[in-house]
Design a protein around this ligand. Structure first.
Ligand SMILES: [Zn+2]
Length: 225
């Protein structure tokens, strides 16, 4: 079932590992099939180096497993909530990449301080609110997805395709699988740069006209700095 999608999702999971965004089993990427709406995601316990396309789990949007012998990633229901909230999103990546997670643990958004950030993310990368005890006690993963969706009620999620879940780590998305991988790589890079930029100058900021210029240039299909 969905053999082509499983191969693409398999390759994308390997890309996360190759780019140093995942340590041990901390992370996963999924994608949604355009025709069926089914989602393919990495199994929970399989290390990235051992992953094969046939290991991927295929499920419907309610999380019912349609194919796969293993347990899906524990973040499955967070991925599904993101797909439900954002119809344009076709792929979701979750990592604990170090610098983005530093900001998530600090409960700080990543400010837009340079053109590299603006080329991928129009706004500061937001951080979710603190989860309530009842949200953690029951349906924790689903509620994580809901607070991600809540954070984008006033903004187009495709203009800033990433968020930091407070005390946890980043979730990143895209219109397709390569977009989601690129955005995950870009997020980690801009997070590290923002950390050091703020150490050199705690008042650092960026001209909003320069941000607009780079956002518009990206819409023209370019990702130059
Ligand atoms: Zn996680």
């Amino acid at each position: 079932m969905l053999e082509g999608l499983k191969i693409e999702v398999y390759k994308a999971n390997q890309e996360l590992a190759k780019n140093g965004l995942v340590t041990l089993r901390w992370g996963n990427i999924s994608a949604r099939d355009e025709r069926t709406g089914y989602v393919a995601i990495k199994p929970r316990r399989t290390a990235f180096a051992q992953l094969r396309p046939d290991d991927l789990i295929v499920c419907d949007m309610e999380g019912k497993i349609l194919e796969g012998l293993q347990t899906p990633s524990s973040d499955l229901f967070t991925h599904l909530e993101i797909y439900k909230a954002f119809p344009q999103v076709m792929s979701v990546a979750h990592t604990h990449s170090k610098w983005a997670t530093v900001f998530a643990q600090a409960g700080k958004s990543i400010p837009n301080l340079g053109t590299a950030h603006a080329d991928y993310f129009k706004y500061d990368i937001p951080v979710t609110r603190t989860m309530r005890p009842e949200e953690i006690a029951k349906d924790y993963e689903k509620n994580t997805g809901r607070i991600i969706a809540d954070a984008f009620t006033l903004k187009d999620p495709m203009t800033t395709p990433a968020i930091l879940v407070k005390s946890h780590g980043p979730f990143v998305w895209g219109r397709n699988i390569p977009d989601a991988v690129d955005n995950a790589v870009a997020l980690e890079y801009v997070a590290e740069m923002a950390f050091y930029t703020l150490r050199l100058n705690t008042d650092a900021d960026m001209n909003k006209y320069l941000i607009e210029k780079h956002v518009q240039r990206k819409q023209g299909g370019k990702n130059e700095q």
